[in-house]
Design a protein around this ligand. Structure first.
Ligand code: ASP
Ligand code: MG
Length: 466
């Protein structure tokens, strides 16, 4: 079997954990071709963002101190994870070379007092690039032959959208196959720095925060892998947030559509865009816990409509959101109003999570992130209110979205009735409702103070717990 395995930042946070990962990988090698993808050590990407900002402010000596901290963290990890001198030495010298490059880049930023998206991506790429030589060393020291690569070196070519680049799949496929297939055939384990790629001009870019998952699925698709495994620090995707619902349990199987829905609603196990490359070639993804490897985890990509006997799979909650409404009888029957509302918000970079419009057409209500409410309201007032297109713009900033997710509710009558009966029985007021025609979820907004209760009520009603 050919498997791409990705380890998240908490799985490689220090030397002991890197050793554990190397042992874990070694156990899975028998009869398998394995490609490894790693995130940076937990917290590294944030640390690098701070460094770039320090550089921008010209704080050169502080930057130097921080680089020393990064050196120390990685050297200690290498010391502990790579018990064989020669391999340890190899990793440490790569780390040193990389840190020299990082320091030069940050000095450049300090001198020019300029931090473009391009230079920021270059700086951020070091988190993952510093990690892979250490993981490689840890494997080599355990008798596993391996090579380390940045995303670009592995062949991942992307567009030039610095900070959130997307792969150019055709070239990427060609390059990745050319570079990695011969290694796999020889039994060598490629260890690839997640999150990073290269543009056609050779500039280093990143695939957006949490983008290592994407690296794994891109490689999975390009190498026609049998499976992609995402190793993380939870047992899988859960029926609800276990901090909120005591008897929440791991969902054993999800379809791609359900998993996409879950990631959009904030299931932390996976990046929302990561599923894209593997849906078409139909490569299954397993979410596994690095620290509890015998747990089954969640398997994504099974074609099943009803696998759990329940119409629903999970209940999600999104907090830190608010509602913005535009209204006025002037909107009734006037084509283009909705278009202008979304255009005005889109231009301001306000992301809309949920929309509803009543048939009377006198009101459009949208859910947006709390931190963009003010921007949204201002933009609508300037763009539409002042021109008289709408009569009023209002907002509420203390709501939560609650969503019941599961593809088996498609075409099943009575699910919405059960949802809203359970919510009503809990004495909770519903502010707004939306269901897309895909029928993969029923979402509604409630007051923030009722969000947790609403999740519990639905989790109970649909018997999702253990
Ligand atoms: N290190 C990057 C981040 O923290 C990418 C990743 O972890 O997937 O966003
Ligand atoms: Mg991370």
């Amino acid at each position: 079997m050919r498997v791409v395995m990705k380890f998240g930042g908490s799985s490689v946070a220090d030397g002991a954990k890197i050793s554990h990962v190397a042992e874990l990988v070694k156990k899975h090698l028998h009869g398998n071709q394995v490609v490894l993808v790693s995130s940076a050590m937990d917290g590294m990407t944030d640390h690098l963002i701070e460094l770039a900002e320090m550089g921008l402010k010209g704080k050169e000596s502080q930057v130097k101190d921080e680089i020393e901290k990064i050196r120390k963290r990685h050297s200690e990890a290498a010391e502990s994870a790579i018990p064989v001198e020669a391999f340890r030495h190899g990793a440490l010298s790569t780390v040193s070379t990389l840190l020299y490059d990082l320091e030069r880049a940050l000095n450049g930023i300090s001198i020019l007092r300029e931090l473009s998206p391009r230079s920021k991506d270059y700086v951020l790429s070091f988190g993952e690039r510093l990690l892979v030589p250490i993981l490689r060393g840890a494997l080599q020291a355990r008798g596993v032959t391996s090579r380390d690569f940045s995303g670009g070196e592995a062949g991942i070519v992307s567009d030039e959208n610095f900070g959130d680049a997307r792969p150019l799949m055709n070239v990427t496929r060609m390059q990745v196959q050319k570079r990695l297939t011969p290694l796999l055939e020889e039994g060598i384990i490629p260890v690839i720095a997640g999150f990073t790629a290269v543009t056609q001009h050779g500039d280093i870019v990143t695939l957006g925060r949490g983008g290592s998952d994407n690296t794994a699925t891109i490689l999975g698709a390009c190498l026609d892998a049998d499976e992609v495994w995402i190793w993380t620090d939870v047992d899988g995707i859960m029926t609800a947030d276990p901090k909120v619902v005591k008897n929440a349990k791991v969902i054993p199987q999800l379809s791609y559509a359900e998993a996409s829905e879950m990631t959009v609603f904030g299931a932390k196990a996976m990046h929302p865009r990561a599923l894209e490359p593997i849906i078409e070639p139909h490569i299954p993804v397993r979410i596994k816990n690095t620290f509890s490897p015998s747990a089954e985890g969640t398997l994504i990509g099974v074609d099943q409509q009803v696998s759990s006997g329940s119409v629903a799979k999970a209940v999600a909650r999104v907090s830190d959101v608010g509602i913005v409404s535009v209204g006025g009888t002037g909107m009734v029957g006037l084509p283009g109003t909705a278009g202008r509302v979304f255009e005005v918000l889109g231009k301001q970079g306000v992301n809309i999570l949920m929309i509803s419009q009543s048939v009377s057409e006198s009101n459009i209500t949208m859910v947006v992130r709390r931190n963009s409410i003010q921007k949204a309201v201002n933009a609508l007032e300037i763009g539409l209110l002042s021109k008289g297109e709408v009569k009023e713009v209002s907002y509420e900033d203390d709501v939560s979205i609650v969503a019941l997710i599961g593809s088996a509710m498609r075409g099943t009558p009575g699910v919405a009735a059960r949802v809203f009966k359970a919510i009503a029985d809990a004495g909770i007021n519903v502010i707004m409702i939306a269901q897309g025609s895909s029928e993969l979820n029923i979402s509604f907004a409630v007051n923030e103070k009722d969000g947790v209760e609403a999740v519990r009520a639905l989790h109970d009603e649909f018997k999702l717990g253990s």
